[in-house]
Design a protein around this ligand. Sequence first.
Ligand SMILES: [Zn+2]
Length: 494
Amino acid sequence: MISNFAKNLKIHNSITNKKESFKPIEKNNVGMYVCGPTVYSNAHLGNCRTFISFDLIFRYLKYLGYNVRYVRNLTDVGHLENEDENGEDKVSKKARLEKIEPMEVVQKYTLDFHDVLKKFNTLPPSIEPTASGHIIEQIQSIKQIIKSGYGYEVNGSVYFDIEKFNQSNKYGKLSGRNSDDMLNNSRDLDGSSDKKNPQDFALWKKADKSHIMNWESPWSNGFPGWHLECTSMSKKYLGDRFDIHGGGIDLKFPHHDCEIAQSEAIDGKNPANFWMHANMLTLNGKKMSKSTDNFVLPGQIFDGKNKIFSKPFNPNVLKFFMYQAHYRSVLDLSNDALLASEKGLSKLISGFQLIFELECNENESDFNVDKWVSNCFDKLNDDFNTPMLIAELFECVKFLNNVKIKSKNLNIVDKETIEKIFNSILFEILGFDLNNDEPNEKDSKTELIELLIKIRSQARENKNFKLSDEIRDELLSLGIKLNDNKNDSSFELI
Ligand SMILES: [Zn+2]
């Protein structure tokens, strides 16, 4: 049974840049494809935001009663360094550096990716196909693109002919880039490219010595271009036209524009009704980057072993922090923001748990529960507006607090409705997991350090600088550095 709330769902479509009413192509069934990670390094926090956003969408569609087939791929071959087409394969490069097999790299980082997403309590997708497991399908797609006249072979590699495609179609629909701009901006890095035009992209690349992963094909021993896997795998598992295609905003161009061009070349169809993009996560106002040290791994936030945050944070807190912004807005992560989210989440959960203590002998209620329920679903239906949904939940918490101090009344029927809906939103739709006890042993350590900081502050107030310096130096010798601010001190693990 599809819920009545389903008919009001609106989703922002990146291709029209408008919110549109959502209706699945096939009644009761939804097909959703989300571009997964390239498994050559630890799960990136920015990627986690994307997958948490699509987890919410997956969960909500299921809650509404749809059968959802959620396909999220793993890129284990074909994603080249620097995005230029002469770069080294990211997985192969890591294998070379770590002196292990490429598939060991893939295995190691796939496990890490799954582990991190499990800590965030995201649901596994229905199918998680790999690029290397679908070489036959990708060769088939290339044959179809060549047959339709939009692919050409040069020296064992096959490229997509954008100029030809633009004669009858339009490349760049999603990003809105026009092909003259792209032509001017494309660089031919070493001048030796086989491509007719610099903006053409590879469908198949002949392997040179640096590419240890390669497969036989009608054109050469080589490997598929990165954009191709999503076209071949989405077609295989969801058909030529499906409901939702998602990914991080950085994939809009060129990846998704290339996917659309490939699909249109094969069967004339833009593959998805709705294109959805989750926005970026920045750290302390800047892009996250390993080279500038403005970088933190999810696990380092959970265990507190990092130089950015003053204490460890539970995955639920990080998830709550992400939901406090709309998935299409840029979101900035900082220590203060996480401290505030921690307080906010705890207020929300304890506010909800009040409901189990309330005595409801009244016949009347001072709360319009039906209105509150429809407000909550209006927010979800408004392109999954989680910050507004959270505001509605706090409205209810405010009321429950008033019932507790007996300034408002609540009857038993309304109490049961609030309990049921609040519970579904928190755990079924937003996917919080109160059994997640990360961070665990670190918690007591943090509490001890905070206790020492408190004792030291008192010593400083009493002008006992000998004791205060002693505490600072002893902590430093244990790898805990105190940073004194005007009124208090924070610490970092060094
Ligand atoms: Zn993709």
